[in-house]
Design a protein around this ligand. Structure first.
Ligand code: SF4
Length: 212
């Protein structure tokens, strides 16, 4: 396995034997396979809701601690394969094994996209999406599979930041229009005996379903 996508990464370099987050080598390789296929899917340039959702949810799956269910990821991979209508193969190792400047810039875009996918996923489940954000997934995934110059990649990195802010705004709108503006609220700080279900600020829809 080779994973260096988050701040927990082993020795500040990369997890290569087992993820500090608990990700196994097998899960890591499946997630790399899925990421490669999502890049192939984006390259098919068939922009439609189904493919956009596959890309967004697929990238979200590969974020730290989101999904370590190998059987689920295998099924997801088969689903993505059915929507790829060309034989242009892409292997994510092409990025890891290239010149270090290009590798750094492409990784920055890819990891940024994963973060954007998390926001987009949570907005999507509340019925909110944005065409510019959705189009950027195709543009950026396609771009990192090509031979681009450092200057072109720098431009793409900056655009990744801009789209990230736009997607954060989208999620904020989705959350506040669905659940209202957050206000300071007193909560119990008593430490209870576990086990627990941990819900983050992203997961308001999941929390709503749990409460129901
Ligand atoms: S996501 Fe997990 S395996 Fe990847 S760098 Fe972070 S801690 Fe390591």
């Amino acid at each position: 396995m080779f994973c260096f996508q988050c701040e927990q990464t082993s020795n500040g370099k990369a997890c290569t034997k087992y993820g500090v987050c608990g990700k196994t080598p097998q899960t890591s390789n499946l997630q790399d396979n899925l990421t490669s296929l999502l890049i192939e899917l984006a390259n098919s340039l068939k922009k439609n809701d189904k493919n956009t959702r596959l890309i967004i949810d697929g990238l979200f799956i590969t974020i730290t601690n989101v999904n370590f269910d190998d059987e689920f990821i295998k099924r997801y991979i088969e689903n993505v394969k059915e929507h790829i209508d060309h034989d242009k193969k892409f292997d994510i190792k092409n990025i890891w094994e290239t010149n270090e400047d290009i590798r750094s810039l492409k990784s920055l875009v890819l990891f940024g996209l994963k973060g954007i996918a998390a926001y987009a996923h949570h907005a999507y489940v509340l019925g909110y999406s944005d065409d510019e954000v959705n189009d950027f997934f195709y543009e950026a995934l396609t771009s990192i599979s090509k031979d681009l110059s450092i200057n072109d990649l720098l431009t793409l990195v900056l655009k990744t930041g801009e789209i990230n802010l736009k997607c954060m705004e989208l999620l904020d709108k989705a959350n506040t229009q669905t659940y209202g503006d957050p206000t300071p609220t007193k909560v119990s700080t008593t430490i209870e005996k576990g086990p627990f279900i941990v819900v983050t600020g992203h997961d308001l829809h999941d929390l709503e379903l749990l409460l129901k």
